[in-house]
Design a binder for this molecule. Structure first.
Ligand code: BES
Ligand code: MN
Ligand code: ZN
Length: 459
């Protein structure tokens, strides 16, 4: 069931959102029995507190929601999501205390609080309903929330049920729902079509590698999204140790995020042409696995010495990025769970991105801030180019030393793109439950990109 706002109803319970400094005024407004009740419950308008006030019949007449201080709020996001989950079932409306981007964030938080991944268990209790607040674009928010659902479901589905073929089927469902088109190149056809590195990384799996190529839209600037679709990353012959392999079903998080974003763009009917490229592979081991010190020739013709088969994401992305360039898009954005170094640098909450253009960076930073999807600019630091040049081939996929791992990976990708380019090195996983974000797969950067698109592409 898609996430949705509750139907309009006259008896929706009004909620008043109260920041800590507005507590006294809020109490003054109440009749004394209600005021006594609220005080007796110990309500102090702390972030995430709530108190429901009964009328003379003992029915809930209204609720007060604590919104805390600005400093407390800054320590997280989607705070209303936690309240939505805590409230008794019923239908609520936000009657006062929130406006503008706070109201939008709260409405989205409420919708996303309704997400749970229960494909493999009995469904969780539904959360209380919220009537779409006045003053927000409720339809847009619902579309955004359901794009996020797609991303989370794809990441959360274990690799046993989300291999390259199932990822293709997910893309095909999206295509069917939105009148888009898709072309898929599978298995040995990757060789005859000249995607050698996608084939090389994926060939040791029992599940054939492929390149998904989706197109939508008739007119407007062209946006090409490229997502890393490594359905499981064992590390290949340079096998990951168990602890590092534990979460690697999420290594298609970039693909899941660009598909979620694509769903948002198509459902909103944005005036652009969209192309989505996903190299979908499983990085596995077998007698025909690629090896350390193999030298691969990429689609672009650049040769790559393999110094670690676990640096596979940049290989499959490189061939997809080369293709992305070939029809001269206005903007290419790649999203990938590319390096452990990115997570070390910024942690799981921020989406690090790379661009050569200050204006694009500014647009993304501003948008991320506006829609509670924080992003952080990282440098394409040219002096590190030498680190990805091994001497024996044009490029090294895994520079020794391990310095600046996210930057060297980004520099590697940039070698394959001439177009205007932004690259996101995302984590794609919520390690501990937070409001509206249960532990598990999570979209990162997609809402920031969506919000920045009008500025990025002059829509
Ligand atoms: N999928 C991993 C990166 C990753 C690991 C993302 C953990 C998020 C959490 C990627 O394929 C990888 O293994 N990268 C290596 C590259 C190294 C061998 C140069 C890494 O980051 O350790
Ligand atoms: Mn890897
Ligand atoms: Zn990987």
């Amino acid at each position: 069931m898609p996430l949705a706002f509750a139907d309009e109803t006259d008896d929706a319970i009004p909620l008043h959102v109260i920041s800590a400094d507005a507590l006294d005024k809020a109490l003054d407004r109440l009749q004394s029995p209600a005021r006594n009740w609220v005080k007796a419950q110990g309500f102090s308008a702390g972030l995430g507190e709530h108190v429901l006030i009964p009328d003379a019949e003992g029915q809930i007449s209204e609720g007060l929601i604590g919104f805390g201080t600005k400093a407390k709020r800054a320590r997280g996001r989607f705070h209303l999501g936690a309240v939505a989950k805590a409230l008794p079932k019923g239908t609520y409306r936000i009657a006062s205390g929130l406006e503008g981007s706070d109201l939008e964030e709260a409405a989205l938080a409420w919708l996303l609080a309704g997400y749970s991944f229960d494909q493999y268990r009995k469904p969780a209790q539904p959360v209380a309903g919220l009537v779409a607040p006045q003053g927000v674009d409720a339809e847009r928010l619902a579309i955004i929330a359901n794009g996020e659902v797609l991303t989370r479901d794809l990441i959360n589905t274990p690799a046993s049920d989300m291999g390259p073929d199932e990822l293709e089927q997910a893309a095909r469902r999206l295509v069917a729902d939105h009148n888009a088109a898709i072309n898929v190149i599978t298995g040995d056809d990757l060789l005859s079509s000249n995607f050698p590195m996608i084939h090389t990384v994926g060939r040791a799996s029992t599940r054939a590698p492929r390149l998904l190529d989706l197109r939508w839209g008739q007119a407007g600037p062209q946006l090409t999204l490229v997502g890393k679709g490594v359905c499981f990353d064992t590390g290949g012959l340079n096998l990951k140790p168990g602890a590092s392999m534990a979460l690697m079903k999420k290594d298609m998080g970039g693909a899941a995020t660009v598909l979620g974003l694509a769903q948002m763009i198509m459902a909103l009917g944005l005036p652009l042409r969209l192309r989505v490229l996903i190299p979908a592979v499983e990085n596995s081991i077998d007698g025909n696995a690629f090896r350390p010190q193999d030298i691969l020739t990429s689609r672009k013709g650049l040769t790559v010495e393999i110094n670690n088969t676990d640096a596979e994401g940049r290989l499959v992305l490189a061939d997809a990025l080369t293709l992305s360039d070939e029809d001269e898009p206005d903007l290419v954005i790649s999203m990938a769970t590319l390096t452990g170094a990115a997570r070390v640098a910024v942690g799981p909450d921020l989406s690090p991105f790379f661009t050569d253009r200050d204006d694009d960076a500014a647009a993304l930073l501003k948008a991320g801030d506006a829609v509670a999807d924080p992003v952080w600019r990282m440098p394409f630091h040219a002096p590190y180019e030498a680190m990805i040049e091994p001497g024996i081939a044009d490029l090294d996929n895994a520079p020794k030393g391990g310095f600046a791992g996210s930057i060297t990976a980004a520099l590697f990708l940039r070698r394959f793109v001439e177009s205007r380019y932004v690259h996101f090195d995302i984590y794609g996983w919520q390690p501990n439950a937070a409001p509206s974000r249960p532990k598990g797969g999570v979209g990162m950067g997609a809402r920031a990109i969506l919000d920045a698109l009008p500025e990025l592409l002059n829509l």
